[in-house]
Design a protein around this ligand. Structure first.
Ligand code: DO4
Ligand code: MG
Length: 278
């Protein structure tokens, strides 16, 4: 089952059938304990849509009052790339990769996030920028993972590489996070073979493509959520990006006009175009 926030209200997709529930408060999804049952209970009062009708509906970012947090250095590739970009050798990244406590950081307020097909920004004062395609957990207010979506943790490698204390500026700015399209309510634990695929398209050519299995993530989703909820309450639930395992080669930087396409097969594809604020 998947749930979307759309210009037609909430849309539930199950077994190829789409049902729209127009006046539904999105934040309620993050309050209920058994979301699949809750959504099934809404269906009789909803309106059936064809796949064709759904394809013309505008899918909005799946977030209203949720904070977005992120985990870092959860894949070996992220640890290594960050050590390479650091002017001082980046020993902190190696230490956090090995440590018991994960790296967790505040990524974005809902207004700094964008949904499918919206523009995502790189900073004017950055010279080296990359997308970070990340499996993203949708977590309810009780700290239970209610589903999964796709996140793009846009990052300035030049700013973070200069000094790790600049991380908040490398990570958080207007339109720094892509999220969506919908939330997938997995019935079973996630298979290690689920792939995150990243494509970057420039002038209609794929100039970078790579994928990684989520089984390569060093931390488990529940472990990350457990640390996040240790000393923070989330009355409206939250999203937690779980870290990147794909980093383009060091010569690569994003340019205005690039299209970033992230696919995680059971969830869908999140596409955004790169722009600058000014
Ligand atoms: O340590 C800095 C951020 C790491 C990160 O965002 C990632 O590994 O995905
Ligand atoms: Mg990241």
């Amino acid at each position: 089952m998947k749930v979307y926030r759309t210009s037609n209200g909430l849309v539930v997709e199950e077994d190829g059938t789409y049902t729209s529930v127009p006046s539904y408060d999105w934040d309620t999804l993050f309050e209920v304990d058994d979301l699949s049952n809750h959504l099934r209970g809404l269906l009789p009062a909803g309106t059936l849509m064809t796949g064709q009708e759904f394809s013309v509906v505008r899918i909005l970012k799946p977030i209203v009052n949720q904070e977005i947090w992120a985990a870092g250095v959860t894949y070996f590739r992220s640890r290594t790339a960050r050590m390479e970009e650091s002017v001082d050798g980046g020993n902190v990244y190696d230490r956090v990769y090995e440590a018991e406590r994960p790296e967790l950081f505040f990524k974005a307020t809902p207004n700094r996030a964008v949904g499918p097909n919206e523009e995502i920004f790189i900073r004017e004062d950055s010279t080296w920028d990359v997308p970070e395609p990340e499996l993203t957990l949708a977590v309810n207010k009780q700290g239970k993972i209610l589903g999964y979506t796709i996140g793009n943790d846009m990052s300035s490698r030049s700013i973070e590489g200069e000094n790790p204390l600049y991380l908040p500026q490398a990570k958080t700015y207007e339109r720094c996070a892509g999220i969506g399209p919908g939330i997938w309510l997995a019935e079973e634990p996630l298979a290690d073979e689920i792939k995150i695929d990243l494509q970057i398209i420039r002038n209609e050519q794929i100039i970078f493509q790579s994928d990684i299995d989520i089984g390569q993530m060093k931390r488990k989703p529940d472990e990350l959520v457990g640390y996040l909820f240790r000393e923070c309450d989330f009355p409206n639930g939250c999203f937690l990006m779980t870290g990147t395992g794909i980093v383009p080669p060091n010569e690569f930087t994003l340019e205005v006009g690039d299209q970033v396409r992230i696919t995680i097969e059971p969830i869908g594809t999140l596409t955004n175009t790169v722009a600058k604020r000014i």
